[in-house]
Design a protein around this ligand. Structure first.
Ligand code: ZN
Ligand code: ZN
Length: 373
C-alpha cells in the first residue's frame, strides 16, 4: 500500500481507476479506496472478489453490491473521520450527490472536501519498479516500430499498417494499445492526430506512426515519421528542423528545470526555421498508468521537473499545401511550387526519464535519422 502522507489529507476517497490501481494494486474497472491514517480499504463488487483479494496486498478488501465510493465514505464516517478529501476532477456530480447522502446528516455539509489531482500528483514521480516497467514498455514499442516498417509500403492502407502493429503488439505481450494507433500518410501526415483510415500509403510522402503499448499497466508512447520514396529538399529541411527541435528539448530536460523552458527549447528552434505557427501543440506530457498525465510540457508552464518523472518530447510541424512549398529555412534556396506543394507533417516523439543531471531516453533504440523506404 502506498502512502498518501505526501498528499496532506486526513482522509481520502479515491475512485479514478488508475489512482485506485496506483494505491492498492487492484486493476478492476470499478472500485474505491478509502484512506485514513495508516489504514486503507478497497471497496468493489462481487465480480472482482477473487481478483481484488489477489491484487490488493496489505489492503482490507470489502465486497458489496453498492457503489464503491458510497461504501468508502460510509466506512470513513464510521471510523470517526470528520473531513474527507475527494478528487473533483474525477468525480461526477451524480457520484458526489450519492457520496453526500452516505454521510450522517450532521456531517453532510462539511464532510467532503474538493481537491484536485492529489494522487495524480504523486503518480507523476515514478519509483524504481514503475521505471523498470516503463523501460520495458518503451523497449517493446521500439521493437514494434522496427517490425512494422516492412508493412509501410505504397498501396498498403493506414488501417492495415495499424492492424499489423497492433497484432504484433499483442503477440509480444502488450495488454492493450495505450491509445488509438495513429498512422497518417501523405497529406494526412499534416493532421497531428490523424487516426489510421482506409487511405492508401502514397508512393512518395511522409508516414507518421504514433503509437504506444500498455505493458504491466504502464503506457509507452512514441512517434516516428518515415518517408516513402525520395523526399524533396523542403521535406528534408522540415524533418531536420523538427529533429533539431526535439533534440534541443531533450537536452534541456533535467531535474529542477521548468516545463515551460523545455517547451521553449523546442519552440525556439522551430521559430528560427520559420515553423513556429506550424508547431500547433505543446511539446509533451507525462506518461505512466495513463497515456496523458502531468506534468504538461507546454509554453509558460511553471511546474519544475523532478527526478523520476517520465515525459514525452514530441514537437512537430504540420504544413498546409501553401506552407509546404512556401516556408523555408532562413537562407535556404527559393523553390517553386512543384510537386512538393502538398500538405505534409512531421512529428518525432521520445519518452524520457528525468534524472538529476539530465534525462534517459527510454525510446532510444528506435532511430530518428531520416528514413527513406
Ligand atoms: Zn504519441
Ligand atoms: Zn505523446
Amino acid at each position: 500500500m502506498r502512502s498518501v502522507v505526501a498528499a496532506g489529507a486526513e482522509a481520502l476517497v479515491v475512485t479514478h481507476a488508475p489512482d485506485v490501481r496506483y494505491l492498492s494494486g487492484f486493476t478492476g474497472s470499478s472500485g474505491a479506496v478509502a484512506l485514513v491514517g495508516g489504514r486503507a480499504a478497497l471497496f468493489t463488487d462481487g465480480r472482482y472478489s477473487t481478483q481484488a483479494k489477489a491484487e490488493a496486498e496489505g489492503v482490507r478488501v470489502v465486497i458489496d453490491r453498492r457503489v464503491p465510493a458510497v461504501q468508502a465514505v460510509e466506512w470513513l464516517a464510521a471510523a470517526g473521520v470528520k473531513k474527507c478529501a475527494f478528487d473533483a476532477e474525477q468525480t461526477t456530480v451524480v457520484a458526489l450527490e450519492s457520496m453526500k447522502k452516505a454521510v450522517p446528516g450532521t456531517l453532510r455539509r462539511s464532510f467532503l472536501v474538493a481537491t484536485e489531482g492529489l494522487v495524480a500528483r504523486l503518480r507523476q514521480v515514478k519509483d524504481e519498479d514503475e521505471i523498470e516497467r516503463m523501460r520495458r514498455a518503451a523497449a517493446l514499442g521500439c521493437g514494434l516500430f522496427d517490425a512494422v516498417l516492412q508493412y509501410v509500403v505504397p498501396g498498403a492502407t493506414e488501417a492495415g499498417v495499424a492492424a499489423q502493429l497492433e497484432f504484433m503488439a499483442r503477440l509480444a505481450g502488450a495488454e492493450a494499445m495505450s491509445f488509438e494507433t495513429i498512422v497518417a500518410s501523405g497529406e494526412r501526415s499534416a493532421l497531428p492526430h490523424g487516426r489510421a483510415t482506409d487511405a492508401k500509403l502514397p508512393a512518395q510522402g511522409f508516414v507518421t506512426l504514433d503509437f504506444g503499448v500498455v505493458l504491466e499497466g504502464y503506457c509507452s508512447d512514441m512517434t516516428r515519421t518515415v518517408h516513402l520514396g525520395r523526399g524533396n529538399e523542403r521535406e528534408w529541411d522540415v524533418y531536420h528542423s523538427v529533429l533539431e527541435a526535439q533534440q534541443a528539448a531533450i537536452a534541456a530536460v533535467a531535474a529542477g528545470v521548468r516545463c515551460g523552458k523545455v517547451d521553449e527549447a523546442a519552440r525556439s528552434v522551430l521559430r528560427g526555421a520559420g515553423l513556429e505557427k506550424e508547431f500547433s501543440h505543446s511539446t509533451g506530457h507525462g506518461v505512466g498508468l495513463e497515456i496523458h498525465e502531468g506534468p504538461r510540457i507546454a509554453a509558460k508552464q511553471e511546474q519544475v521537473l523532478e527526478p523520476g518523472m517520465v515525459i514525452t518530447i514530441e514537437p512537430g510541424a504540420y504544413l498546409s499545401s501553401g506552407a509546404a512549398s512556401g516556408v523555408r529555412r532562413p537562407g535556404s534556396r527559393a523553390r517553386g511550387s512543384g510537386p512538393d506543394a502538398n500538405a505534409f507533417g512531421v512529428r518525432i516523439e521520445d519518452m524520457v526519464l528525468v534524472t538529476e543531471g539530465g534525462c534517459e531516453v527510454l525510446t532510444a533504440a528506435s532511430p530518428k535519422a531520416w528514413i527513406e523506404l
